[in-house]
Design a protein around this ligand. Structure first.
Ligand code: PEP
Ligand code: CO
Length: 492
């Protein structure tokens, strides 16, 4: 494959990047495939299939995220922790689209600005694990479940199967096809009444508050229709982008394409380079301006999703994942946690975004409710001392996982909201602002996280505990979180 400098990076700044240059770097969460010929066959297939997303769409999202980075829009990202091939069915997809849409309306009401929606969907099939092996209930050691793209959850399907790489593509494509078809057919048409399901909210005061928000949203929509403000078709459709953790680099590499850039791919740069002098200060003669570069007409695009992020376990600056991520044009996320040093954070930004393009990088912070107060201010300060303009997104899920006394992995709604409201407050105190939220959620009525208006307790978790990885907010808890965030935004 042809080599190039990523992202218009100046020649000589770093070693040459190619979609496969990550292979010469050390790597965490490595997969050892026994059958390399089968991997080569799967990769060859993936290299031929059509892109799932296009450069035009990717740049549309890049521009939207540049708005988020400048405080002109808010980012809502959510979906399953581990998406299964089985979730590729109409009702699971419909319920997630509807939930993200409703949450986004509430957040628009709260922040009084547009909301950019990204689903953790249509490709969220690879999971990092703390241990490659795990113990079964009867004490046997089996390989851990690493996501449907690698092995299956049933214990007799735990061998790594390279054929799953190709299956992942087709399940992603089928999911995305249905998302696109439903959106084109009006699933998100705001002329249709939305069912807000608020009956579960036991506390009459809270219920009245949520109802008044819904009434206010419904009233605004009615007003827009009455005055004809919806004639542009804006109420009939929405943008919904896709994302996943870019963990399995064999897959990401095979779906990386060298493609023509769309014509309009301008995003603002925080620091425009100082203009070169036009005349020599010594002789007064005209200088040849050799700083001007022809704009690149092509670039490398990961065509498996609009947005990809690097996980907390794989973001070492000199390792394989960051090497891969520095070369693609897609907007990217980096998880930032308690073990991220401020030095690493700044170095990571310089590596993946040498041109300091606004909103190219989303920092997804996930500390835990007890650590956010200490760690977030340090990270905000370190980034504010650079010329990087990032999207600050709070993931209040991954630092707040706990085990019940019977060993069930869960999260308390209270802790999730606590980290989120701390992040909102801290950003404000530091002269920054929270640009978005990153949530694990499902549109189904599962019982995986405790708390919220339904008042789920540890003992209730067995009712519908269906996740194959981390516990997700159910549709009521997710919507409630949106109401609470919107409420805090309104209070200013
Ligand atoms: C995830 O987002 O599912 C995840 C594994 O998060 P993290 O990398 O932050 O632990
Ligand atoms: Co998770």
């Amino acid at each position: 494959m042809a080599s190039s400098q990523p992202n218009g990076q100046a020649a000589g700044q770093a070693s040459t990047w190619t979609p496969s240059s990550w292979r010469s770097r050390p790597m965490k969460q490595q997969v050892v495939y026994e059958d390399e010929a089968a991997v080569a066959k799967a990769s060859a297939k993936l290299q031929k299939v059509p892109p799932m997303v296009t450069p035009t769409e990717i740049w549309k999202l890049r521009r939207a995220l540049a708005d988020v980075a400048q405080g002109k829009a808010f980012l809502l990202q959510g979906g399953d922790c581990a998406e299964l091939f089985d979730y590729c069915n109409d009702s699971a997809i419909d319920s997630k689209i509807k939930l993200l849409l409703q949450m986004s309306l509430v957040l628009i009401w709260g922040g009084n600005k547009p909301v950019v929606r990204i689903a953790r969907m249509a490709g969220q099939y690879a999971k990092p694990r703390s241990s490659p092996m795990e113990k079964t209930a009867d004490g046997r050691e089996v390989p851990s479940f690493r996501g449907d793209i690698l092995n299956g959850f049933p214990e007799d399907e735990r061998e790594i199967d390279p054929e799953r790489l190709v299956q992942a593509y087709f399940h992603s494509a089928a999911t995305l096809n249905y998302v696109r078809a439903q959106i084109a057919s009006g699933i998100a048409d705001l002329h249709n009444p939305l069912d807000w399901h608020l009956g579960h909210v036991g506390d009459p005061e809270v219920q009245a508050k949520y109802k008044s928000i819904v009434e206010s949203i419904t009233e605004s929509l009615r007003f827009m229709r009455t005055v004809g403000a919806d004639t542009t078709g804006k109420l009939e459709t929405v943008d919904l982008y896709t994302s996943h953790e870019g963990l399995l680099l064999e897959y990401e590499e095979a779906l990386t394409r060298h493609l023509r850039h769309p014509i309009n791919r301008d995003v603002p740069l925080k620091m425009a380079p100082a203009p070169a002098p036009k005349v020599s200060p010594l002789t007064g003669g005209a200088l040849v301006d050799n700083t001007k570069q022809e704009p690149e007409t092509t670039g490398y695009y990961n065509t498996s999703a609009h947005f990809l992020w690097v996980g907390d376990r794989t973001r070492q600056p000199d390792h394989a994942h960051i090497e891969y991520f520095r070369g693609i044009e897609n907007p990217i996320g980096i998880k930032v946690g308690p073990s991220t040093s401020t030095e690493d954070l700044v170095q990571l930004l310089d590596i993946v975004n040498p041109n300091k393009e606004v909103g190219k990088v989303t920092l997804i912070t996930r500390y835990g409710e007890g650590k956010v107060d200490e760690l977030l201010p340090q990270h905000i300060k370190a980034v504010s001392q650079t010329d990087h303009k990032v999207v600050w997104q709070c993931d209040p899920m991954h630092g707040n996982t706990r085990s019940t006394s019977t060993g069930i992995k869960t999260r308390s709604f209270h802790s999730v909201f606590s980290e989120l409201s701390s992040a909102l407050k801290i950003h404000k105190q530091c002269g920054s602002f929270l640009g978005g939220v990153h949530l694990e959620l499902t549109g189904d009525a599962v019982t995986e996280c405790t708390g919220g208006s339904q008042g789920l307790q540890d003992e209730d978790l067995g009712e519908r505990y269906e996740t194959f990885c981390d516990p997700r907010l159910n549709e009521k808890q997710a919507l409630e979180l949106a109401f609470l965030v919107a409420g805090s935004q309104r209070q200013g």
